[in-house]
Write a protein that binds this ligand. Structure first.
Ligand SMILES: [Zn+2]
Ligand SMILES: [Zn+2]
Length: 226
């Protein structure tokens, strides 16, 4: 009995999410890697420990492989090409741009403003920034993102405007979080997520990711990675 290569499992998870918008099951990964479900289970837990993906609460299924989510979340990502039937759940405002960046695809992103519940539908792509009036609120500092990464993503939302993000914050989480322009988050998503589907993908180290945040002007203690 051979252990599946962690890299092979990771790549199959990403390829399946990209192509089909769903995560492969443990049994499917075992078949495709020629190993056993127990071996795949170990590989998935190692990958989760390394933050290469996120498992479900019960630890037996892939929940997220950033920027992809295996379950419905607040963002729906649709290819702009009407002949492309794929759809994805974006875990957060940043992930939705990340899916476009990783797939190098022009997309429409559908969500709702948490403050006023207006349905927002905006376009973005590798060469197309989102509308300049949209704002994205990050709920907690970078060194706490992975305390509960699904909860963190759930709260990284797009608002109609900075004004609405500020009003929401005053009402629900006074003094907490950080409000960025959606264009800044879009700009960050390309270098952060653009290489996730590359065959030669190498996980970024902390220093590299800190540079990417610095590069778009997200600096200061809030953005200090652990
Ligand atoms: Zn609003
Ligand atoms: Zn996210």
């Amino acid at each position: 009995m051979t252990s599946p290569d962690r890299r092979q499992v990771r790549d199959l998870v990403y390829q399946t999410l990209a192509a089909e918008g769903r995560a492969p099951s443990v049994a499917e990964l075992a078949r495709r890697t020629g190993t056993t479900p127990a071996d795949v289970h170990h590989a998935l837990h190692d990958l989760a420990d390394a933050h290469a993906l996120v498992l479900s609460d019960d630890g037996d299924a892939v929940r997220m492989a950033h920027p992809f989510s295996a379950a419905p979340m607040a963002f729906v990502v649709t290819p702009q090409d009407g002949r492309d039937d794929r759809r994805w759940w974006g875990g957060c405002a940043w992930d939705a741009f990340g899916i476009s960046a990783a797939l190098r695809l022009d997309v429409r992103i559908d969500t709702a403003c948490p403050h006023c519940a207006t349905q927002l539908s905006y376009r973005a792509g590798p060469g197309t920034p989102p509308p300049g009036d949209l704002a994205v609120r990050f709920p907690r500092p970078a060194d706490r993102w992975w305390d509960d990464v699904v909860a963190t993503c759930t709260m990284i939302r797009t608002f109609c405007s900075r004004d609405h993000a500020e009003l929401w914050t005053a009402e629900h989480a006074s003094g907490e979080g950080y409000i960025a322009a959606a264009t800044t988050v879009w700009e960050l998503a390309t270098p952060w997520y653009g290489d996730r589907l590359d065959p030669q993908f190498e996980p970024h180290d902390r220093e590299k990711n800190q540079q990417l945040l610095d590069g778009v002007g997200l600096t200061g203690p809030f953005w200090h990675l652990p």
